[in-house]
Design a protein around this ligand. Structure first.
Ligand code: GDP
Length: 426
């Protein structure tokens, strides 16, 4: 059976912690989209880790971790991340890299930063890790698959065809140096040797595992708002962040996904450009305080270290996020963070051109939306680490009930701290 763990919002919802927890009782964990441009924070007996490309089952010897064909694979970052966790005493994970996965190449990273430079003030706030050029190339059919590394003449031919296009852009749009074929081929051939031990038929492995009744987790990166079709276009990422894309990016049959766990925080956080619509944002001192108290070390990006924008829980965005994810259950994280508040505002509607709605609007209308808040009583105590749901204060449980009613999907997991077992099941 396949369970997907995906974000209901803007990313950073705490998916890593939930995946790490559920991986304890799973056989396979698959990353199916995105690249090393976001991080999952995991805190366990080995220490604190920000995984960017490795799946969150990495810390369990019984789990097979798969980098699926839908991922943007930066081989250098993968090798560095493997080295950094084994240096911290974690045993070498069981890892399969799909032979059909495509490679994020040095020129994607260059193109990403050239493009941000060209856009200047109109930039999207990219992490400049090459993700947008990578996926553009995939759909333009000039991407390089892992399997191409093992056929040198095909590799050379496909790279040369890609460079013909890149060099026109680099020289004439960005006014930057041309790329040379040979040094790139040499670099890729040496990276191939680092990758070789992990390369395999991931799609076949996943199908065989399903046939044997194994349990598989799909681990999403970022969240529903960042989906390039159903998200906040154009402030999205370039790969599909929805559970449904797991069928493509992890090669699991659509009929095999039995549960979709949408992860959402008890408040909101978002990284990205200031121009990104973030309706329930809290700014000023209240925002600074929430940012300082959020997550496990304040709300700062796991990959970039950038301060995240923070806001109150947004029922409108989360209900929509759960809908497009096809959520069957919700995991509500970081509930402990709100214990300092007397009263907790929750965004229950958007006002757009004088009309109040609870339906998440299209991007042009979203740009004009203002939040409508309702205020709930706080619980004014520390619930960190509580594992018995019934021992949580009444006001905390009322807050969860309120969110559940507005979002319309059962909240089955409540996270009360960043550590693996700081969790209360309902
Ligand atoms: P992901 O990308 O969705 O895995 O999320 P991140 O790891 O980027 O961000 C989630 C942040 O919240 C991390 O700092 C986690 O350690 C932290 N976190 C996760 N669950 C909880 C929780 O229940 N309470 C607190 N205080 N922090 C949490």
């Amino acid at each position: 059976m396949v369970k997907a763990i995906v974000g209901a919002n803007w990313g950073d919802e705490g998916k890593g912690k939930i995946t790490d927890l559920l991986a304890e009782r799973s056989d396979v964990v698959v990353r199916f989209q995105g690249g090393a441009n976001a991080g999952h924070t995991i805190i366990n007996d080995y220490g604190r880790f920000a995984l960017h490309i490795l799946p969150s089952g990495t810390f369990y010897p019984h789990v097979t971790n798969i980098i699926g064909n839908g991922v943007a694979l930066d081989v250098k970052k993968l090798v560095a991340e493997l080295r950094s966790i084994t240096d911290q005493g974690v045993p070498q994970p069981n890892l399969i890299v799909s032979e059909r996965c495509q490679l994020l190449l040095p020129y994607h990273v260059l193109q990403d930063s050239y493009e941000e430079e060209r856009l200047a003030g109109r930039a999207f706030g990219s992490t400049k890790s090459g993700i947008a050029p990578f996926y553009s190339d995939k759909y333009a059919k000039i991407g390089i698959q892992v399997c191409d590394l093992f056929d040198e003449s095909r590799l050379r031919e496909r790279l040369a065809a890609a460079l013909d296009i890149k060099n026109v852009l680099f020289e004439h749009l960005y006014h930057k140096p041309r790329l040379e074929l040979e040094p790139l081929v040499e670099e890729l051939l040496s990276l191939r040797e680092l990758l070789r031990p992990f390369v395999g038929d991931a799609a076949g492995f996943v199908h065989d595992a399903l046939g044997q009744g194994k349990s598989i987790l799909l681990e999403g990166q970022l969240g529903a708002m960042k989906d390039p079709d159903l998200g906040i276009v154009p402030m999205t990422t370039s790969s599909h962040t929805l559970a449904g894309f797991g069928c493509v990016g992890a090669a699991v049959p659509p009929t095999a996904i039995e549960a979709v766990i949408a992860v959402t925080k008890a408040y909101s956080s978002c990284v990205g450009a200031k121009s990104e619509p973030f309706i329930s944002e809290v700014t000023g001192e209240a925002g600074d305080e929430l940012r300082r108290r959020g997550g496990d070390r304040g709300e700062f990006g796991a990959t970039t270290g950038r301060p995240r924008r923070v806001g109150w829980f947004d029922c409108v965005a989360t209900r929509y996020g759960c809908m497009v994810q096809g959520a069957t259950q919700v995991a509500l994280t970081c509930l402990d963070v709100l214990g300092y508040l007397d009263q907790i505002p929750v965004c229950v509607g958007y006002e757009i051109d004088g009309q109040i709605t609870d339906v998440f609007p299209t991007p042009p209308l979203l740009a004009r939306a203002k939040p409508v808040f309702e205020t709930l009583p706080g619980w004014r105590c520390d619930i960190r680490g509580e594992t018995d749901y019934h021992k949580l204060p009444q006001a905390t449980r009322d807050y969860v009930d309120f969110i559940e009613a507005r979002v319309g999907i059962p909240v089955s997991i409540v996270s009360t701290g960043p550590k693996r077992h700081e969790i209360a099941l309902r």
